[in-house]
Design a protein. Sequence first.
Length: 74
Amino acid sequence: MRQAWVSKKVAELLGAEETSLVKFIGSKLKAHASCEALVTELAPVLDDDNDKQAEKFVLKLQRLLILETKKAAL
């Protein structure tokens, strides 16, 4: 579910599917990268002028991860 969500959101933000970016994000999640580190690395790709898309994306991703973790604990 998480990879499908990431793939969909990346496509929405960039206007096209970007498999390498989805894999990059997946590798960062597996490595337990901090939110700050992920935002910093994604900002050059996702952010427009003054629009903080990387920050918004990572916040939504963290919410999804928390929800998945809570569901798994039930």
